[in-house]
Design a protein around this ligand. Structure first.
Ligand SMILES: O=C(O)[C@@H](O)C(=O)CO
Ligand SMILES: [Mg+2]
Length: 265
C-alpha cells in the first residue's frame, strides 16, 4: 500500500511553516517532506516531528542562491567546494531528523558551458555526496525536473537519471520519480513505472495534478490507476504530495482538497 507524505513547502501554506507539522498530522499523515530545513535549528524541527508522531522522509541539500535563481550546484563547474559544504550540512540535518533521503538538485546548466564538463562535474559531485552519505545509511536522490518549471535544468528525463546512476555506480544513489514532471516531459507514466520500479533504483515518488500542479485528482493524470499499479508492484515506500492546493493559501485550502487521499489512509 503506498504511503503518503505531506510536502510542507507546498501544503498548508495557510499556516506558518512550523505549524504545518501539526496540521499534516491532524489530517492523518504519518510523514512529511519539504524543500529546505536550513532556516530552522534541527532540534526545533526534530521536536515538531516527534510531538506530532511524524517521520521526515526527504529534504533537499542546499541549492546555492535560490533567491537569485540557482536550482542546485551539482552540475556547476567551479562550485565544488560550496557543493561539498552543502552536503556536510545536509547530512548533519538528516542525522538530527533521522531522515534517510537527501535530494541533491542538479542545477541549471551554465550558459556557454562545455556539456562534457558539466556532466563530469555532476557525476563527480553526486559520487562524492553518495560516499559521504553512505556510512550514515542515507540515500542521495536525483530528480528529473521539467523544463517549463525550471528552464535549463540539467536533469529532465528518467532514462537520463538511470543512465547517470549506472555511471556513478554507488548503491545509495536513487531516482526521485516525480510523476508530475515525468508526465510533462515524457508521459506514458504506467509504462515508465513498470520499467523503472523493478530496477530497485527508484527511491521515492512525488505527485501532483498536471498541468496546474494542483491536487492529484485535478488534471489529466489518473492517479487512482497509478496508485493501484504501485500497490500491485509491491511498492511500500513513500509518495510525496508535492502540489499546490487549488484554493492556494486560503484558510483550510489543503484540508478541503484532501478528499482524494481518504481511501488511501
Ligand atoms: O519537484 C520539485 O520541484 C521538487 O521536488 C524539488 O525538489 C525542487 O523544487
Ligand atoms: Mg518533485
Amino acid at each position: 500500500m503506498p504511503r503518503f507524505a505531506a510536502n510542507l513547502s507546498m501544503l498548508y501554506n495557510d499556516v506558518d511553516f512550523l505549524d504545518r507539522f501539526a496540521a499534516a498530522a491532524r489530517e492523518g499523515f504519518k510523514a512529511v517532506e519539504y524543500l529546505f530545513p536550513y532556516a530552522y535549528p534541527a532540534p526545533e524541527l526534530a521536536t515538531r516531528l516527534q510531538a506530532n508522531g511524524l517521520q521526515q522522509v526527504l529534504f533537499n541539500a542546499p541549492p546555492g542562491n535560490w533567491d537569485a535563481g540557482e536550482r542546485g550546484l551539482a552540475c556547476l563547474p567551479g562550485r565544488e567546494a560550496e557543493f561539498r559544504e552543502g552536503i556536510a550540512k545536509a547530512i548533519e540535518y538528516a542525522q538530527a531528523l533521522q531522515c534517510p533521503r537527501i535530494h541533491v538538485m542538479a542545477g541549471l546548466v551554465p550558459q556557454g558551458a562545455d556539456a562534457a564538463t558539466v556532466r563530469a562535474t555532476y557525476i563527480a559531485n553526486v559520487r562524492y555526496a553518495a560516499e559521504q552519505a553512505a556510512p550514515h545509511g542515507i540515500q542521495i536522490l536525483l530528480e528529473p525536473i521539467n523544463g517549463r518549471d525550471m528552464p535549463g535544468f540539467f536533469l529532465s528525463r528518467q532514462d537520463q537519471a538511470h543512465a547517470l546512476i549506472a555511471e556513478i555506480g554507488a548503491a545509495n544513489v536513487k531516482v526521485q520519480m516525480d510523476l508530475y514532471h515525468c508526465q510533462i516531459v515524457e508521459g506514458d507514466l504506467a509504462m515508465k513505472v513498470r520499467q523503472y520500479l523493478p530496477t530497485g533504483n527508484v527511491g521515492h515518488f512525488q505527485i501532483a495534478g498536471v498541468p496546474e500542479r494542483h491536487e492529484p485528482d485535478v488534471g489529466e493524470i489518473n492517479y487512482t490507476y497509478l496508485f493501484k499499479l504501485l500497490d500491485s508492484m509491491g511498492y511500500d515506500g513513500w509518495i510525496g504530495c508535492e502540489y499546490r492546493p487549488a484554493r492556494g493559501a486560503a484558510a483550510h485550502a489543503t484540508s478541503d482538497g484532501l478528499g482524494w487521499l481518504k481511501p488511501w489512509l
